[in-house]
Design a protein around this ligand. Structure first.
Ligand code: NAP
Ligand code: MG
Length: 404
């Protein structure tokens, strides 16, 4: 068989621990035999980040800006224990944080769903994609413990001389105080990423805040979205038959639970943090959550939502068999290859990505799955629990038939 050709390089970001092992298995079994892989390789594994003083992470993000599409393996975010374990000269920052800051992107998380695993919410039939505005609000807030009675004020001094000051509360006793902020530029980027991704995936976009209570702060989010939608995206949405829908967060929560799924739900930072855990848990397994970072100018970085699966890695190092689920990492590759194919007009590459995902779903529908999923399937479905390599080989068998 002739291997499928690529024209523009795909930015490949390798990672750590169990996912690094799986990364190689996926390439060897599911990609290299079929695709003439053209990647620009960056090793974001912790030893290489240490060796390059984290330059490799920055370089990989700049390469993503240049070429437009990246695929990333999970990486360790160092903490104190990792600094000792890897003998690091510094506690390097989270690669995801660095890449997100450079691309100014928004993260979209969506579950991979299969027939035999029903979501806890029974009427959910299609994936719900959560878009979280990962900037500002309480994550960048300034807080005080108020020790005793006294006046708290909120004040601003503009470079242009604008000034305002207002009493927040005249405390008669001890309490708590918090100041938070966001920036128009960040909200605008968030809005563009959301509208672009909705068009890209041809899904409705929902956005929710608490603008009835927060008449300046949340209202600003609402108005910026509305303005950008009306001026730049409305025509395209109408052409595709998709809708943009704004509603209060309380109303959104109620509608989400009653819905069938199949849309993107854009959330402010805190709402997105909380809701994405709720939605992913209700859909099943973290190992089945995909994640894509989309920048406001349309650059894409695909990955799995889960981490490096450390506990499995230590077992693997002892020579034990592990049944780590590679689905989300495979989908990171298929997502990135499909996007590369779309941008470069390579129908074969797009078709390959589709067939790879179909082969994955067929394997799961045949009951062949890793151990994290076997306990989740409906009663009466016959399952065969396999280890990671066996699972990948079962996918390969089905993929070969589809490509023949
Ligand atoms: P994790 O790697 O997501 O794993 C947590 C647990 O979830 C695992 O121990 C495993 O449970 C289960 N799990 C996750 N993915 C699975 C898969 N593919 N197949 C089967 N089970 C899976 O999270 P963590 O242990 O908190 O973090 C480990 C490292 O990953 C940390 O160093 C963290 O910094 C990093 N991390 C990276 C990213 C990223 O790069 N995007 C994201 C999150 C965390 P059982 O052990 O019960 O089987
Ligand atoms: Mg969270």
């Amino acid at each position: 068989m002739q291997k499928i050709k690529m024209t523009t390089p795909l930015v490949e970001m390798d990672g750590d621990e169990m996912t690094r092992i799986i990364w190689k298995m996926i390439k060897d079994e599911l990609l290299l035999p079929f695709v003439d892989l053209n990647t620009e390789y960056y090793d974001l594994g912790l030893p290489e980040r240490e060796k390059t003083k984290d330059k490799v992470t920055f370089d990989s993000a700049y390469a993503t800006q240049k070429y437009g599409v990246a695929v990333k393996c999970a990486t360790i975010t160092p903490n104190k224990q990792r600094v000792e374990e890897y003998n690091l000269s510094e506690m390097w920052k989270s690669p995801n944080g660095t890449i997100r800051a450079i691309l100014d992107g928004t993260v979209f998380r969506a579950p991979i769903i299969i027939d035999s695993i029903k979501p806890v919410v029974r009427n959910w039939k299609k994936p719900i994609t959560i878009a979280r505005h990962a900037y500002g609000d309480i994550y960048k807030s300034t807080e005080y413990r108020v020790p005793s009675a006294g006046v708290a004020t909120l004040s601003f001094e503009g470079k242009d001389g604008t000034k305002f000051s207002q009493t927040i509360y005249d405390f008669e006793c001890a309490g708590v105080l918090q100041g938070q902020y966001n920036k128009d530029s960040s909200i605008i980027s968030f809005a563009h990423s959301c509208f672009k991704y909705a068009i890209d995936t041809k899904q409705d976009l929902w956005f929710s805040t608490k603008d009835t209570i927060s008449k300046q702060y949340d209202q600003t989010f609402k108005l910026i979205f509305e303005d950008i939608y009306n001026n730049e995206y409305k025509a395209k949405f109408e052409e595709l038959g998709i809708t943009y829908f704004y509603t209060l967060i309380d109303d959104a929560v109620a509608r989400v639970i009653r819905s069938e799924g199949g849309y993107i739900w854009a959330c402010k930072n805190y709402d997105g943090d909380v809701m994405s855990d709720m939605v992913s848990t209700a859909f099943g397994s973290l190992a089945m959550m995909t994640s894509v970072l989309v920048s406001p100018d349309g650059k894409y970085e695909y990955e799995a939502a889960h981490g490096t699966v450390t506990r499995h890695y230590y077992r693997y190092l002892k020579g034990e068999n592990t049944s780590t689920n590679p689905m989300a990492t495979i989908y990171a590759w298929s997502g990135a290859l499909r996007k590369r194919g779309e941008l470069d007009g390579l129908c074969d590459l797009v078709a390959f990505a589709d067939k790879l995902e179909e082969a994955c779903i067929d394997t799961l529908n045949d009951g062949i799955m890793t151990k994290d999923l076997t306990g989740l399937v409906d009663d009466g479905v016959k399952v065969t629990a396999v280890n990671t390599l066996e699972f990948i080989k079962a996918i390969r068998e089905r993929l070969e038939k589809k490509l023949a």
